[in-house]
Design a protein around this ligand. Sequence first.
Ligand SMILES: O=P(O)(O)OC[C@H]1O[C@H](O)[C@H](O)[C@@H](O)[C@@H]1O
Length: 282
Amino acid sequence: MAGLTTDQSSGQKYVVLKSAEGTTAEIFLHGAHVTSWKTVSGEEVLFVSKQAVYKPPKAIRGGIPVCFPQFGGFGPLSQHGFARNSEFAVTDSAADSVTLSLTPSKDQLQLFPHPFELKVKVDVGNDVLEQTLTATNTGSKAFELTAALHTYFSISSIDKARVDGLSGVDYLDSLQDKRRLTENGASVRFGGEVDRIYLATPSRLEVVDEGRGRAVVVEKQGFPDAVVWNPWVDKAAGMGDFGDDEYKEMVCLEPAVAGSGPVTLQPGATWTAKQTLSLRQL
Ligand SMILES: O=P(O)(O)OC[C@H]1O[C@H](O)[C@H](O)[C@@H](O)[C@@H]1O
């Protein structure tokens, strides 16, 4: 059984996972939201803002928000859908694994009249974190979904970070009305605000941190796209739950169904997508 703990300051419940080797993760029931993933040597890999608000229905700023049944503005709902604002239930657990489940409330069905069950399974292994989304259409009509695992990575310093694996890939630039461009750089580097939806990307990408001498390897299945985001100075200053200088400490790389989507889910059908995060020393 995974341990269920109550956060003293917020009263929110979270699950602690531990692998046989000593890798750990913390997952809040609010949003099925991973807020920590530590390596066997005790290093935190994810970024969570010091100003994050642990007060539902607000989403936690950092970690891995689950964007479902919508990513961004790709659908009829408000930004990123409602899974990240909802309380999940634990349906299965072991020391190194937990499955959390969400079915939409009456109010949510008013906004999105499509019954579904979303399961979020989180597993830890030897310096590995794996996250699997499984959504089943439990209604009688087909519906469309978009989604993302909005992963915030902790980095030593933004000028020493880059994303590899996207060279030559087309993207929609969210800062230019979703204008379609092609990535010409060998890597994506950060010298200003970046908000891009890379389309139909390779399944293996990396967040390379030259300062820490390591890369996080992101392997994705069922998510054709990958969003790269850093808010930089002005957007950081405008976010109430994010420190003015914290943009220097994080990079988001988000496996997604966005510009290449949506996915149509027929009645009774199931959609599955997952990301596996591991480490590579440089
Ligand atoms: O502030 P949030 O709703 O959590 O969104 C944070 C960010 O998420 C994604 O990365 C989008 O591409 C960005 O446009 C957005 O600013």
